[in-house]
Ligand binder design. Structure first.
Ligand code: AMP
Length: 232
């Protein structure tokens, strides 16, 4: 018997795929939450920034094309990024679902993703918008300190070391990353806002955007994300 077609002529989706897009400013806890989703639903986290950095490190053709744009802080072209996402989503570990971090970044990429999922019969992506107050973000990021020996991360406000300024394990003096200063952070936030606003409007108008209050403690945020993703 042939496949049953729906009234609009498209094939009904063959399986349920959990397609998740994470939106959230630097310091919003996006990476931490993506990791929790990945563990709970056993689906891979896909970061386009990480894939591109890997390609640059390995000097692949893609890496050579992307390197200059990345180093000058610009976005890599839509064609290039859409290509790597399409290839990655074709891998077997994505067949039950995936979490995208850092993609889409433009409307063109968002439309590409929607069309790709439709062609695959994978349903629509759910977009989580992790919202955190600007002043909390500044505290999270300006308070961040790292141990230069073991890489442990502290936060002088939220997770301070036992002895101020020194690593609990290595006793080494903690350092602050160059890009964790308030001025740089405010700039990164403005860039993020400008870049993401059109995407938020796009997904909201299509009923695919889920606002998540990221001001709670990490476990509370995870819980509210799980309830969004488990519904329907
Ligand atoms: P990220 O780690 O997500 O901040 O990405 C690091 C860099 O990779 C960005 O500054 C861009 O140059 C590039 N990149 C990552 N994702 C994208 C994307 N979706 N579109 C365009 N460029 C991207």
């Amino acid at each position: 018997m042939g496949a049953v077609q729906s009234r609009d002529g498209s094939l009904p989706s063959r399986k349920k795929v959990l397609a998740v897009v994470m939106l959230g400013a630097p310091g919003s806890g996006k990476g931490t939450q993506a990791h929790q989703i990945s563990r709970r639903f056993v689906i891979p986290e896909i970061s386009t920034g990480e894939m591109l950095r890997e390609a640059v490190k390995k000097h692949t053709k893609l890496g050579k094309q992307a390197q200059q744009m990345m180093e000058s802080g610009q976005l890599v072209t839509d064609g290039l990024v859409c290509g790597i996402v399409q290839d990655r989503l074709a891998e077997p570990d994505c067949s039950r679902g995936f979490i995208l971090d850092g993609f889409p970044r433009t409307l063109e990429q968002a439309r590409f993703l929607g069309d790709l999922l439709k062609r695959k019969g994978w349903g629509r992506e759910r977009v989580l918008n992790l919202r955190v107050d600007q002043e909390s973000l500044i505290r999270r990021l300006t308070g961040r300190r790292m141990c230069p020996v073991c890489g442990a991360i502290y936060n002088i406000y939220l997770a301070p070391p036992k002895q101020p300024g020194f690593c609990d394990r290595e006793c080494a003096a903690l350092i602050q990353r160059n890009d964790d200063t308030e001025q740089v952070i405010r700039r990164r936030m403005m860039d993020y806002e400008r870049q993401t606003r059109p995407l938020i409007e796009f997904y909201r108008s299509k009923g695919q955007l889920y606002d998540v209050d990221g001001n709670m403690d990490p476990a509370g945020v995870t819980e509210s994300i799980f309830s969004v993703l488990s519904a329907a």
